[in-house]
Write a protein that binds this ligand. Structure first.
Ligand code: GRF
Length: 232
């Protein structure tokens, strides 16, 4: 790997399918970065085995070993810093992070949330979309701020909600799109063309809508995005 490639650190709690999407995107060359390490807050996180099998550096910072959230967040931040990340990616990381962690990584900390943000921050997003009679659901990649699932959105994918959908069937329809939009959003960040303006993402001179750019990017008519593709 080239010495000046962006370094990505992934934080996981469970199976790590989004983490695997990053590994594939790096290997395929669609994400111009290297994975500096994968950190889990649970010793039994399945994704840690997968990361190790790919030869990646792994760490466990077990939240149960710390007396309170800030103590855990301090140790987690130190572990992440040791890996000298340009970008920190929450990939199914199921802990709320306090300012102790969020502030040092502000502007280079991403999350994916399985809803059409700003709708349904928090848990049980698929069921809440079904219960509300929504016709669409999806996933959103956003910068992390201290507001839960509330930071500026970069990229969003939408799927229809169909008759008979359960939370599980909807999650299964959305997950493959998560695997596409998350590395793509990371690549947009790494390209250096995304800016944060008054709490919103901007690409070139265009402020992005509340939900960010709409996936797939190649059907988007936004001039700034065309400029981005032409210059990269
Ligand atoms: C994903 O649906 C993600 O959106 C949510 O948690 C799930 C994690 O899945 N935050 P995985 O561990 O990446 O497979």
């Amino acid at each position: 790997m080239s010495a000046n490639r962006s370094r990505i650190v992934l934080l996981i709690s469970g199976r790590g399918s989004n983490m695997e999407a990053f590994i594939h995107a790096v290997n395929a060359g669609s994400l111009d970065a290297e994975i500096a390490g994968v950190i889990a807050n649970r010793p039994d996180a399945l994704g840690i085995e997968t990361a190790a099998a790919h030869g990646l550096h792994t760490d466990i910072v077990d939240h149960k070993q710390y007396p309170h959230r800030e103590a855990f967040d301090t140790e987690l931040a130190m572990t992440v810093q040791t890996l000298e990340p340009d970008l920190v990616v929450l990939a199914g990381f199921m802990r709320i992070l306090s300012p102790v962690f969020v502030e040092p990584f502000a502007g280079r900390l991403l999350n994916i949330h399985p809803s059409l943000l700003p709708k349904y921050p928090g848990l049980n997003t698929h069921q809440r979309a079904i219960d509300n009679g929504d016709t669409e659901a999806g996933a959103t990649v956003h910068y992390v701020t201290t507001e839960l699932d509330g930071g500026p959105a970069i990229l969003q994918a939408r799927v229809p909600i169909v008759a008979g959908d359960s939370a599980e069937s909807l999650a299964q329809r959305i997950l493959p799109l998560e695997h596409q939009i998350y590395p793509a959003a990371a690549q947009l960040h790494i390209s250096g063309k995304l800016r944060l303006v008054d709490g919103r993402c901007a690409l070139g001179h265009e402020l992005l809508p509340d939900g960010g750019l709409l996936w797939p990017l190649n059907t988007d008519n936004d001039q700034a995005l065309r400029d981005l593709r032409e210059s990269s």
